[in-house]
Ligand binder design. Structure first.
Ligand code: NAD
Ligand code: UDP
Length: 338
């Protein structure tokens, strides 16, 4: 029996494949490579010494999914495949709803037709919108999202929860990620954004490697200690391990479960820049820009539930996150294109 990892060639997916293989699971990866390279999987194989079964396929392609489910003995799907650029989702809402929501509906339909009713889904802290109080717990209310990407996560949580309610044979594990950064300690796999990075850490590392002249900090008048936005950054290897630990709930037939995956500690943009400089010795020139539309002041997780129920907690701190992001970026200035 194998775990099917959709989007497994991507940033979080590739790190999760490493942790799954290290934990002894057989892994099948499905990815359309729209935002990734197959080279990530070759590097995963080098890290783990095990083969990855890979299908270049789209979750919107029912026939391709049928073929995979007919051929492979899948027991659970870890579902990462999706488009994830917030700004792009505002410009292309149809594409986001089609790819993320319609794609997941097709995937889930093929799963149930093959009697596979276990799914671990990549959700996001974005479902908390502008929280009333932080840290947020899983009981904190879901709020309006500020962009179509966020809505796809919020809607898919609802859709998967309703499917589980209607058919209790389903196990649906919703993992709400905070801000994944860092890379595998080998420096051989990591985040590889197309074009100008949207997220803070890949922007910092591209400035550090000389690809961009300076970092723009989006606002320094937020209601936070230094005025810049505060987020809960989590090492991608810890996040990957959270998926392996979440399989426990599938094995226990736990039904619907929701977990925050974060460290519980908030860092500001300036904190992260300073820690990056101190850890790597590389200076990051920056200037203060306008606020970015839709950004919130601060958010960080209460991750107690994941600790108590999954035995999971983040092991790595922000220094390791900076050092590992830098090792990846400096060894692979052009990502997987080298
Ligand atoms: P990523 O873009 O690196 O990985 C997503 C993968 O899905 C890519 O390899 C892409 O090629 C593939 N994909 C996209 N559409 C597909 C389709 N229709 N069929 C098959 N494959 C498809 O992104 P990531 O950062 O690894 O994120 C993984 C998941 O976690 C996504 O669902 C994302 O929304 C979610 N998430 C990410 C973050 C973050 O900050 N990175 C935060 C919260 C949630
Ligand atoms: N940010 C920034 N400059 C950038 C990218 C991000 O100042 O080039 C800030 C952003 O305003 C937020 C924090 O960094 O306060 C994290 O942003 P990111 O996009 O990485 O994550 P998200 O906003 O989705 O939590």
């Amino acid at each position: 029996m194998a775990i099917l990892v959709t989007g497994g060639a991507g940033y979080i997916g590739s790190h999760t494949v490493v942790e799954l293989q290290n934990a002894g699971y057989d892994v099948v990866v499905l990815d359309n490579l729209s935002n990734s390279s197959e080279k990530s999987l070759e590097r995963v194989e080098k890290i783990t010494g095990k083969k990855v079964t890979f299908y270049k396929a789209d979750i919107l392609d029912r026939e391709a999914l049928e073929e995979i489910f007919n051929k492979e003995q899948i027991e659970c799907v870890i579902h990462f495949a999706g488009l994830k650029a917030v700004g792009e989702s505002v410009a292309k809402p149809w594409e986001y709803y089609q790819n993320n929501v319609a794609g997941t509906l097709i995937l889930v339909d093929v799963m149930r037709q093959h009697g596979v009713k276990n799914i671990i889904f990549s959700s996001s802290s974005t479902v908390y919108g502008m929280p009333d109080a932080i840290p947020v717990t899983e009981k904190s209310p879901k709020k309006d999202c500020t962009n179509p990407y966020g809505w796809t996560k919020s809607m898919l949580e609802q859709i998967l929860s309703d499917i589980q309610k209607a058919d209790p044979e389903w196990n649906v594990i919703l993992l709400r990620y905070f801000n994944p950064i860092g890379a595998h300690q080998s420096g051989t796999i990591g985040e590889n954004p197309n074009g100008i990075p949207n997220n803070l850490m890949p922007y910092i590392t591209q400035v550090a490697v000389g690809k961009r002249p300076e970092l723009g900090i989006f606002g320094n008048d937020y209601n936070t200690p230094d005025g810049t936005g505060v987020r809960d950054y989590i090492h991608v290897v810890d996040l990957a391990d959270g998926h392996v630990k979440a399989l426990k709930k599938v094995q226990e037939n736990a039904g619907l479960c929701i977990y925050n995956l974060g460290t519980g500690v908030g860092y500001s943009v300036l904190d992260l820049v300073k820690t990056f400089e101190e850890t790597t010795g590389v200076k990051i020139p920056y200037s203060i820009k306008e606020r970015r539309a839709g950004d919130i002041d601060a958010n960080y997780a209460d991750a107690t539930k994941a600790k108590e129920e999954l035995g999971w907690e983040a092991k790595y701190g922000v220094k390791e996150m900076c050092a590992d992001s830098w090792r990846w970026q400096s060894q692979n200035p052009n990502g997987y294109e080298d």
